[in-house]
Unconditional design. Structure first.
Length: 579
């Protein structure tokens, strides 16, 4: 009887506690709904009054878009409004690898003209005889002068099988002509390039994680296995900005056992917590893997690299990744619009969140800063290696990418490299295969001669400081002698630009060779050429080729310098591979 009374009391207490919690939760929800309704009413009234009464004519659509933009800008750069007019572009960026169009990349020059910057292999543009360097003058009867690049891109897309008439100026002879191009289904695969390297090493360049990415990686692996014994894999995630989270989980599943937790997603509500676990038996559970990352590897790329690192399943090589640990979800809005909202953060198997920028704590002028050092914590991998949150994925083995020089940026951004590659293409019917093609010294001299008289000026640090000094002297009205000295220094700085063509010759040659190869062998040829001189691929092959796999095994076991990866403000940040 006493036990019954005791249980009844406990039931009553539990019931009242449950009722209390429910009422509290209901109060919070009710309070939130009240504030949302109140603010919507204020915003609606303000929008109406400004639209109807502002002194000048107001475009109500633009006004609303500006208001939405300002509101979302206060959150993070990944929460965005997608109007109906941009839905197709959104799908191409974040969901699908397919669209209907010409299969050509269009770029705008500084003078406002538009030209073909890339033609995809076997595309409608290629079959119609369009070439890189051709200028597009009009689409149909509509000239392109004054148009925006996004508008031109939308006009070129359309239903597969329909025709679009282009007026172009050929790069080869300057002839203006009309070209009819029949739109087709264009596929831009997730796996941009894959090849079987020497010594049984496979190489996969994964560009994005859109629909079908895992299947494409799996198919590449199966092709490797059919060709010969596969002894190692280089998975290249450099410059891969991510995509669909589930695709990253499936890719990890190709290399790890069923039932392994790959990533956890945690939002602000209990129903936004998900654990993503591998569902299938792995294809290659013991294949040695090196994953390449750089500063532009983000989101789903970091999930793959971080999961394989935390599981001690692969060596991560390269540079510190971007640090995007946020998950977005899309929601439908009225009139076929959409909004993409950051709903959660993700956590790798060790429990770390790799988000680098703290958008929830902006400073007084709206600037975003990195996660505070006091919030950075230590985590451990499967074998006990130390890793850290809040700074992206730090590589096990650090190899720096070559940084492009200022003069090379000038040559690229002013289209001198692209324009000269077009000239070269029009003068040579064929070239060597990409893996052997190389510009001769005479050909590089021809390029240097082509640059004579071109605008190679740029605001170097020396020029900037000299201009500041010149402004100060003008203020103080000093004698002309000093001004003459400044002019002489400015002339010498200008002459140094010519020296930079010589000092950075190897780098500029590589950029030229890539651009020229793309004219003959498309993007596939560019990857074949790049593999010949790529320092990260070289370093990865060195690790996988090693007979006893000393570096590979030492990394995964956490021996010596590989025990601590990316410790903040520490000399133990990563081990450097000497080569």
């Amino acid at each position: 009887m006493k036990r019954l009374i005791k249980n009844k009391r406990w039931f009553n207490v539990s019931l009242w506690l449950l009722v209390g919690l429910s009422l509290t939760a209901f109060t919070f929800i009710k309070d939130d709904l009240f504030h949302i309704g109140k603010n919507l009413e204020i915003f609606s009234a303000l929008y109406r009054q400004v639209s109807l009464n502002y002194v000048d004519e107001v475009n109500s659509d633009d006004l609303m878009k500006a208001g939405i933009g300002a509101m979302l800008e206060s959150l993070d750069p990944y929460t965005e409004f997608i109007p109906e007019s941009e839905l197709e572009d959104f799908k191409l960026r974040y969901v699908s690898t397919q669209y209907s169009g010409l299969g050509a990349r269009i770029m705008e020059k500084t003078d406002g003209t538009f030209f073909i910057a890339e033609v995809f292999e076997q595309s409608p543009a290629s079959k119609a005889g369009l070439h890189v360097g051709d200028e597009i003058l009009a689409i149909g009867n509509e000239p392109l002068k004054g148009k925006k690049a996004i508008d031109i891109s939308n006009k070129l897309k359309g239903i597969a099988g329909t025709e679009v008439k282009l007026k172009i100026r050929e790069s080869k002879n300057g002839q203006v002509m009309d070209v009819d191009v029949k739109r087709g289904q264009i596929i831009q695969p997730n796996v941009a390039f894959s090849t079987y390297l020497e010594d049984g090493i496979g190489y996969i360049k994964l560009d994005k994680f859109l629909s079908g990415a895992a299947n494409e990686v799996q198919n590449a692996l199966l092709r490797f296995k059919e060709r010969a014994t596969l002894r190692g894999l280089v998975l290249d995630l450099r410059d891969n900005g991510g995509g669909i989270l589930q695709e990253s989980v499936k890719i990890v599943n190709l290399f790890v056992n069923k039932g392994e937790e790959v990533v956890v997603q945690r939002g602000s509500h209990a129903n936004q917590v998900f654990s993503y676990v591998t569902n299938n038996s792995p294809l290659l559970p013991s294949l040695p893997i090196v994953v390449l990352i750089n500063n532009n590897s983000a989101s789903a790329s970091e999930i793959v690299a971080g999961a394989l690192q935390d599981m001690d399943r692969a060596v991560v090589l390269g540079e510190q990744s971007f640090g995007k640990g946020l998950v977005q979800q899309t929601y439908r809005l009225p009139y076929n619009n959409m909004v993409k909202v950051t709903v959660a953060k993700y956590y790798t198997p060790s429990g770390r969140c790799i988000q680098a920028l703290d958008y929830s704590h902006k400073d007084s002028i709206g600037h975003v800063h990195k996660l505070n050092d006091s919030l950075i914590a230590e985590y451990t991998t499967k074998h006990g290696r130390k890793v850290y949150n809040g700074s992206g994925i730090y590589p096990d083995v650090q190899v720096k990418e070559r940084r492009i020089s200022t003069i090379a940026k000038v040559l690229r951004n002013k289209f001198y490299i692209s324009d000269y590659a077009t000239i070269y293409y029009n003068m040579h019917t064929k070239i060597e295969k990409p893996n052997t093609f190389e510009l001769t010294e005479i050909e590089y001299q021809h390029f240097s001669d082509y640059l004579k008289g071109k605008d190679l000026n740029y605001q170097s640090k020396a020029t900037y400081l000299l201009n500041e000094l010149k402004a100060e002297i003008v203020k103080k009205d000093t004698n002309d002698g000093i001004m003459n000295d400044i002019r002489n220094v400015a002339h010498k700085i200008k002459e140094n630009v010519k020296d930079e063509l010589r000092l950075n010759k190897e780098e500029i040659k590589r950029l030229l060779e890539k651009e020229i190869v793309s004219r003959y062998y498309f993007q596939t040829g560019v990857y074949e050429l790049a593999n010949r001189t790529d320092t990260m691929i070289w370093a990865a092959k060195k690790i996988l080729r090693e007979e006893k796999k000393l570096v590979y095994n030492n990394v995964l076991k956490g021996n010596g310098e590989y025990n601590t990866i990316g410790k903040p403000k520490s000399d133990l940040a990563a081990a450097s591979l000497q080569h």
